[in-house]
Design a protein around this ligand. Structure first.
Ligand SMILES: Cc1cc2nc3c(=O)[nH]c(=O)nc-3n(C[C@H](O)[C@H](O)[C@H](O)COP(=O)(O)OP(=O)(O)OC[C@H]3O[C@@H](n4cnc5c(N)ncnc54)[C@H](O)[C@@H]3O)c2cc1C
Length: 547
């Protein structure tokens, strides 16, 4: 596979140049939290491709943020639950670090104006989700936790004169030389191409749910950050570990809305089309088993009953409580003439969270100097092969702070003048015949859903891998002039890498399920790693790493 170093040729003399101490790509929780950790004496630019800051996964988060906030709970319990979900691939040092820093980060969110829901005694109203052995999920506005946290943090960043926000601005590529990152190539429809030179760059572009036909993620999650980091020489690992959320609303023509895990946490049952509660047949934790187990069980039960979905039922719970506790989900159901408390709610699994990503250390540093990464775009070692519910918002705030503080120190210690140079190794312009990007995009998502979905096998993965490799021959160096085209190139790059990693991992572990290798195997207790070789050859896949 030949992946070009840069997606667009840049005439360095004809584009606008900007300068900032810290450049942050992405305005979700990870990017915003990082920005707030940068010293106020430094200039920060937050770049985001959506028309509004709010367009990101963070604002969609429903269930909440996990942390040890009850005196009867303890760090060891939360660590144990996280390690169990991670299926042998978590880095215990990272798990301990994140969990022990959790309470302080959540109290900081409260100090910054986040209103978490309180119980009758005005204590945090903590709930439980699948895989957690204790009530430790703080939530807000019932089931709109992300919206409330981001509301509070957007107020904070708008009050910081050193932070500049650029919406509608697409990051195309990172600028590097000799494995050091110096900034990024950006595009906005109003001003065209520009280069932002920065002393430090933080990548916080989120996940990759849009690689699949069925997903809970917003339109912006096209894996741009992972792809641009890959082109720049960053190490990516564990890309085969995709978490499918078991309960995504399944109504023809309707948006694929997530029905939060908290609904099962509060006691909802899963039933099949015959009204049979099937989860106890698959796992003793029933509806509260980890997500991969629930997703696989649903797919198996759908096959067994020959149906395209199963149902959530809350009929046995108090109606007033259900409506009060889940107002957001209730209003979505209401649009389809369903009552969450009284009707069976049709659901099936959809791509929800990417455990794999850019490898970073405990300082949020990548293997490229001057480049940190934070949030869903990373693989920190917290989630291993599978994420425990509500641990990702936690990871974003803990690592966001680390990334912002570290970038701040390094920017202060770097020379006063910026390093500016003309770009080398640029792609050869190739416009060729017109390409229908939407058609390719939809087909790609269908191939991912069918061949690289909840249940995988060698034949399907090989088909996906071969298909993506053949498409890359004419799409990779095609010269697009608009974000949909660059997104397609990014999606294709990461789809091919996911299919490849899933193909070589001949076992079932965490979010990666192989029907032809249904057991976990000790020799696979390690990460797959991919890294672009400088020549852009096909030979870009490294050996698995020992964990
Ligand atoms: C429906 C839903 C519910 C969830 N519920 C929970 C929950 O209850 N608890 C929990 O812990 N986690 C939850 N998650 C997961 C969690 O929300 C995400 O993992 C987390 O918010 C990711 O934060 P982030 O900052 O890394 O990415 P995001 O919040 O997705 O932000 C990424 C940002 O990068 C920008 N961007 C992307 N590409 C480019 C580009 N090329 N140029 C410029 N900008 C770009 C995007 O526009 C966006 O601003 C949920 C996710 C979804 C989708």
């Amino acid at each position: 596979m030949k992946v070009p170093r840069y997606l667009v040729p840049i005439d360095y003399k004809s584009v606008a140049h900007y300068f900032t101490d810290v450049l942050i790509l992405g305005s979700g929780l990870a990017g915003v939290r990082a920005a707030l950790a940068v010293d106020k004496s430094l200039s920060v630019a937050i770049v985001t491709k959506g028309a509004e800051l709010e367009i990101c996964s963070s604002t969609r988060a429903q269930g909440g943020i996990a942390s040890v906030l009850d005196p009867l709970d303890n760090f060891e319990n939360h660590i144990a639950d996280t390690l169990t979900a991670g299926a042998g691939l978590c880095d215990e040092r990272v798990v301990r670090f994140v969990i022990e820093h959790g309470p302080a980060r959540i109290h900081e969110l409260i100090d910054w104006g986040t209103h978490f829901d309180l119980d009758d005694n005005f204590h945090l109203d903590l709930t439980r989700e699948g895989g957690h052995g204790f009530n430790r999920i703080a939530h807000a506005l019932g089931d709109s936790t992300g919206k409330e946290i981001m509301r509070a943090l957007f107020v904070q960043i708008k009050n910081r004169p050193n932070i500049r926000i650029c919406t509608n601005t697409f990051a195309i590529d990172l600028i590097t030389a000799d494995n050091v990152c110096y900034g990024a190539i950006l595009y906005s429809p109003q001003t065209g191409m520009k280069i932002v030179w920065a002393k430090q760059v933080i990548l916080a572009t989120g996940g990759s749910g849009q690689l699949y036909r069925e997903t809970t993620n917003p339109e912006v999650t096209t894996a741009d950050g992972m792809a641009m980091a890959y082109r720049a020489g960053a190490r990516l690992r564990g890309l085969e570990f995709v978490q499918f959320h078991p309960t995504v609303l399944y109504l023809a023509g309707g948006a694929r809305s997530l029905i939060s895990e908290a609904v099962r946490g509060e006691g909802a049952y899963l039933i099949d089309k015959n009204g049979y509660r099937f989860m106890p047949d698959y796992d003793s934790r029933a509806e509260l088993a980890p997500r991969d187990i629930v997703s696989r069980s649903i797919v198996a039960q759908m096959a067994k009953t020959n149906s395209s979905c199963v149902y959530l039922t809350l009929k046995h719970l108090d109606t007033a409580f259900v409506h009060r506790r889940f107002p957001g989900i209730e209003s979505i159901c209401h649009q389809f003439d369903l009552d969450l408390a009284k009707d069976n709610i049709p659901i099936r699994p959809g791509a929800h969270y990417m455990m794999g990503g850019i490898e970073v250390d405990l300082d949020a540093k990548t293997n490229i100097e001057g480049l940190r990464a934070v949030g869903e775009v990373t693989s920190t070692g917290l989630h291993g092969a599978n994420r425990l519910a509500s641990n990702s918002l936690l990871e974003a705030v803990v690592f966001g702070k680390i990334a912002g503080e570290g970038a701040s120190i390094d920017a202060k210690n770097s020379p006063k003048d910026y390093v500016v140079f003309s770009l080398e190794d640029q792609c050869v312009p190739n416009s060729g015949m017109p390409l229908d990007t939407d058609d390719i995009r939809n087909t790609l998502k269908s191939v991912m859903q069918r061949c690289v979905g909840v249940m995988r096998d060698k034949d399907g993965l090989q088909e996906a891998n071969d298909t993506f490799m053949s498409w890359q021959k004419f799409i990779n160096d095609y010269q697009f002039k608009f974000p949909r085209g660059w997104e397609l190139q990014n999606m294709l790059t990461i789809c091919r890498l996911i299919a490849h990693c899933a193909l070589i991992r001949e076992e079932t572990r965490g979010g990666h399920s192989r029907s032809d290798f249904p057991e976990s195997r000790d020799e696979w207790k390690k990460y797959t790693v991919v890294e672009r070789v400088a020549s852009g050859d096909e030979n870009d896949i490294s050996e698995p790493l020992d964990n």
